[in-house]
Design a protein around this ligand. Sequence first.
Ligand SMILES: [Zn+2]
Length: 134
Amino acid sequence: MSRFDPSAFLETCGLRATRPRLKIASILFGDGRDRHVTAEWLAEEIANQGEPVALATVYNTLHSLVSAGALREVRGASAGTIVFDTHTAPHHHFYDETTGELTDIASGELSVAGIPAAPAGKTIAGCDIIIRVR
Ligand SMILES: [Zn+2]
């Protein structure tokens, strides 16, 4: 596997390679592992590495990466929290109410039946199941 190039990665996402974006991309995608992060966690992680970035910048970058299809938003695990997921294919999650941690449910381990028809004039865009554990 070739070494992660955050600059090239941002370019494929249509984003200019600024220092904060390079840092964010490296933390999220540098080791090729799937991650679930919040903007707050990411801002703290960057600050711990010595170059603090404004939370608004972190949010803007994360939302740009979502728009580019490189990240997926997971909402509803805990009130008001948006978790950003580097695993962008459709999948479901376990949510640990004790630690706040999200874990992927492996593809094929959960099937959903009996989804109702969408309300008039709407189409179903997705179905994300979050199973709470403690
Ligand atoms: Zn996930």
